[in-house]
Design a protein around this ligand. Structure first.
Ligand SMILES: Cc1cc2nc3c(=O)[nH]c(=O)nc-3n(C[C@H](O)[C@H](O)[C@H](O)COP(=O)(O)O)c2cc1C
Length: 189
């Protein structure tokens, strides 16, 4: 059985819904067991992740960057970095913000760089923008990868409760990222 961890922060619940969909996707793949962690619960014990084959990182975009609590988790892994104990584990990432762009790309780049510092191998999203393929308006809320990201999964949340936003398409995208990482980890020896 391969093991995938999803580590996320969410201030107001929207990125949590996204994380839960990543988790469900990863856990749905036969031969893979997924575990969801709040970054704030493991900032002082990131070694809990050492036993996993892949780690998927997720944070809301605050001020064009990953949220401060998630950055605290990142910094908390520096003792593991010294020993490079996560070398050759698979990594992937997701982020969510209020605006369609909101500078989410920068948050994903932070996650890519973080994974590279640990010598992890980054798994991209691997999905085309479905709204383009279906010939519906770009950004269609029901479409997979409606924001056309490739580094990782993006979601956009309106100023509404997490039961209503992010959109159906964004949550499908999150689910598919989890599936992709789980399938990749089964192939990775
Ligand atoms: C401190 C703070 C900074 C934010 N900065 C951005 C930003 O740079 N870009 C953006 O589009 N939305 C920004 N937002 C909106 C959040 O990304 C958005 O509300 C998101 O859904 C919050 O996710 P969460 O519920 O998981 O915390 C910010 C929100 C907060 C509280």
């Amino acid at each position: 059985m391969k093991k995938v961890a999803i580590v996320y922060h969410s201030g107001f619940g929207h990125t949590q819904v996204q994380a839960e969909h990543v988790y469900k996707g990863a856990d749905s793949v036969e031969g893979v067991s997924a575990t969801l962690y709040k970054a704030t619960d493991i900032t002082d014990k990131p070694e809990i992740l050492n036993e996993f084959d892949a780690i998927i990182f997720g944070a809301p975009t605050y001020m064009g960057s990953v949220s401060a609590p998630f950055k605290a988790f990142m910094d908390g892994t520096s003792s593991l970095w010294f020993k490079q104990v996560w070398k050759d584990k698979l990594a992937a990432g997701f982020t969510n913000s209020g605006s369609l762009s909101g500078d989410k790309f920068n948050s994903l780049m932070q996650l890519v760089t973080f994974a590279a510092q640990h010598s992890m191998l980054w798994v991209s999203l691997g999905l085309l923008n479905e709204s383009g393929a279906k010939d519906v308006p770009s950004g269609d809320q029901n479409s997979v990868n409606r924001m056309g990201a490739f580094l990782g999964a993006m979601a956009q949340s309106d100023n509404l409760p997490p039961e209503k936003t992010p959109s159906v398409g964004d949550l499908k995208t999150a689910n598919l990222l989890g599936i992709r990482v789980a399938q990749a980890v089964l192939r990775w020896k």
